[in-house]
Design a protein around this ligand. Structure first.
Ligand code: COA
Ligand code: AMP
Length: 628
């Protein structure tokens, strides 16, 4: 069947469509109904089904003919290690880790925070939680103690799983002091910490609370898979919202497993037994869905890579991994390819490797500029598929469905809506925009399986943030347009989220940090276009009257505060002290105008501006920082 036929069926008969897809999963109790709309607009999928996600990812393959096939390849250029696990080995190891968690008191429905670098044990930690029906919440290693504390207070974990350090090129990031500080800051205290000691930095253990990973796991008896309801949460993943309080995206077990299993063949066109590599981090949604769960559920070998696209040791790193492990499909963020292209524009390193196993490259996480897309197409000689999705959806919403039909590529557009997603572009009044006109990108409800059913302990915030702006529709937070062929282009966010090196960050959260500086009267942070990272945050601050401070000193303090409070991943390195911020007469800061000046876009003097002369100062400040 063609894409158009399958897409139409997914919308006209979602129940039948997803009931069929549900057969890709092993159930303890197969669901009799797919969609439950009894509490609309809060929809649920497979309400009467029971399953275990870890069973689907590991046991059914280990016991079903893939015992000796590689499930996971841990490739770490920063420690010069490659370690492989077959499905049988990974299942046995995960069962022991689950046994250790059970010994520490973790049961179904308990929360476990995973604060770990890109090592195989991070995937084991997630799968071990899934095995017990416990709810994991992975926190990215580049976040500071304060961000971790916020998540501890929201998720209220019984146990935190961590490792003594992460390894960034040129420095060891000690996790334990950050973790101890986060637990100090948090009101909620976890009962236990399970700590993996890495040789690069030994963690100081706290008697009674901290347990050595290896000793505890070695002493544990393997735990079996626990049957959970399809609608029980599998994990919470926090993502940036418009304030400093992140949103706890909830993922359920059943819809998630079905959607991911379906996506592997239909979107990525990979078969069980093939090698799938998502070069991301388990702390992000791409890592959850396409490093850990989807490839394993589908019976693929997944690659977990502890390294960077460049510098570990050179811009040939990706090609080396593709050759060494026979990667069929690679998924990463455009910024990784921009980094490779910057360091090796002629792709000389590519010639050193045999990358003939590679059949397609998928890019997501930020807008893919046509230059990068064409460069990758030309150098790799395989289809390069830009596709669009979010932490909230958990799997692609707009993509060329490669396993169904390869749509002609139009650079700048991630192509067409994925079956299950009724994507529309709406104007301010909620009417559909004409082709070419930019509006809010929404999905008509119900969302397909796998998407967030709600926010952790915050149904009202879920409704308010996503469902209320256009009743009957999910608000994605992105703006864009459709063309005459139904291709969608994503142009910008409609809120204050920015995308830095594929990492989603909130400028509102950064403004909250700056506002805490004792000498700052007011501030604005905007995302400015950057050739490598897509966007970079830039701050503008007005000092309190009478604050007799050198601007450079204040800026250094703000940079340090941001690193300390949000983390190095915020990449906040530039700010300017100005006399005033440009505002409307009603006092609203004109961030959009500042952004346009910084990005050298055409802009019009806003009719409502309070004092146009202020923009000259902003322009000068931007020029001083190398922008505008
Ligand atoms: N733990 C601790 N610190 C981390 C970290 C982690 N897991 N990940 C990143 N950081 C730090 C970096 O070391 C850097 O610190 P610095 O300011 O001291 O240099 C800072 O956070 C910013 O990191 P990043 O924005 O990633 O920049 P970079 O210069 O280190 O690397 C790229 C740039 C493009 C090579 C890198 O962003 C990359 O590989 N991106 C791939 C895309 C990706 O993984 N996207 C995720 C979603 S798909
Ligand atoms: P995250 O939740 O971290 O995956 O970030 C999701 C956001 O990244 C989306 O809402 C978009 O703003 C942006 N994004 C992701 N993929 C794309 C893409 N292919 N093109 C443009 N923007 C994208």
């Amino acid at each position: 069947m063609s894409y158009a036929e399958i897409y139409q069926r997914s919308l006209s008969d979602p129940d039948g469509f997803w009931s069929e897809a549900a057969t890709l999963i092993d159930w303890y109790q197969a669901p009799e109904t797919a969609l439950d709309d009894s509490a609309a607009p809060m929809y649920r999928w497979f309400g009467d089904g029971r399953l275990n996600t870890c069973y689907n990812a590991l046991d059914r393959h280990a016991d079903g003919g893939r015992a000796d096939q590689l499930a996971l390849v841990y490739d770490s250029p920063v420690t010069d290690t490659v370690r492989t696990y077959t499905f049988a080995e990974l299942r046995d190891e995960v069962a022991k880790v689950a046994g250790a968690l059970r010994d520490l008191g973790v049961g179904t429905g308990d929360r476990v925070i995973v604060y770990m670098p890109m090592i195989a044990e991070a995937a084991m930690a997630m799968l071990a939680c899934a095995r017990l029906g416990a709810i994991h919440s992975v926190v990215f290693g580049g976040f500071a103690a304060n961000e971790l504390a916020t998540r501890i207070d929201d998720a209220k974990p019984k146990v935190i799983m961590s490792a003594s350090c992460g390894i960034e090129p040129g420095r060891i990031v000690e996790y334990k002091p950050l973790l101890d500080k986060a637990i100090d800051l948090a009101e909620h205290k976890p009962d236990e910490v399970l700590m993996l000691q890495r040789p690069q930095a030994e963690a100081q253990m706290q008697e009674g609370r901290d347990h050595d990973w290896v000793a505890t796991v070695t002493a544990a008896h393997p735990a079996d898979c626990v049957s959970v309801a399809a609608t029980d949460p599998l994990y919470i993943l926090y993502t940036s919202g418009t304030t400093g309080v992140p949103k706890g995206i909830v993922r359920d077990n059943g819809g998630h497993a079905v959607a991911l299993a379906w996506s592997m063949k239909n979107i990525y066109d990979v078969d069980p037994g093939q090698v799938y590599w998502a070069a991301s981090d388990v702390g992000w949604i791409v890592g959850h869905s396409y490093i850990v769960y989807a490839p394993l559920i589908h019976g693929c070998t997944t690659v977990l890579y502890e390294g960077k696209p460049v510098g570990t040791p050179d811009p040939g790193a990706f090609w080396r991994v593709i050759e060494q492990h026979g990667v069929s499909v690679l998924f990463t963020a455009p910024t990784a390819f921009r980094a490779i292209k910057r360091d090796d524009p002629d792709a000389n390193h590519l010639a050193r490797y045999d990358t003939s196993s590679l059949r397609a490259l998928f890019l997501a996480g930020e807008r893919c500029d046509p230059d990068t897309l064409h460069w990758a197409e030309e150098k790799l000689g395989v289809p390069v598929i830009d596709h669009w999705w979010q932490t909230e959806s958990g799997w692609p919403m707009i993509s060329s469905p490669m396993g169904i039909e390869q749509m002609p590529i139009k650079a700048g557009s991630p192509s067409v809506p994925v079956p299950g997603y009724d994507v529309r572009v709406l104007d301010d009044d909620g009417s559909e925009c004409a082709p070419g006109d930019i509006g809010a990108i929404v999905v008509k409800l119900p969302l397909p399986p796998g998407c967030l059913p709600t926010l952790w302990n915050a149904d009202d915030r879920y409704r308010e943030a996503y469902l209320e702006r256009f009743p009957g529709h999910y608000l994605s937070g992105d703006a864009g347009f459709k063309d005459d062929d139904g291709y969608v282009s994503i142009m910008s966010r409609i809120d204050d989220i920015i995308n830095v090196a594929g990492h989603r960050l909130s400028t509102g959260a950064m403004e909250e940090v700056i506002a805490d500086h004792p000498d700052v009267a007011e501030c604005a942070v905007i995302g400015v276009a950057d050739q490598l990272k897509g966007q970079l945050p830039v701050g503008f601050v007005v000092l309190n009257a009478g604050a007799d401070r050198k601007p450079d000193e204040v800026v250094s303090e703000l940079v340090a505060m941001m690193r300390d409070r949000i983390g190095p991943v915020a990449a906040f390195k530039q700010a300017a002290v100005v006399d005033r911020l440009p505002k409307t007469r009603s006092g609203k800061i004109l961030r959009g105008t500042m952004r346009s000046i910084a990005d050298r876009n055409e802009w019009k003097m806003p009719a409502t501006i309070d004092d146009p002369a202020i923009l000259d100062e902003i322009e000068g400040a931007l020029e001083g920082m190398g922008f505008g």
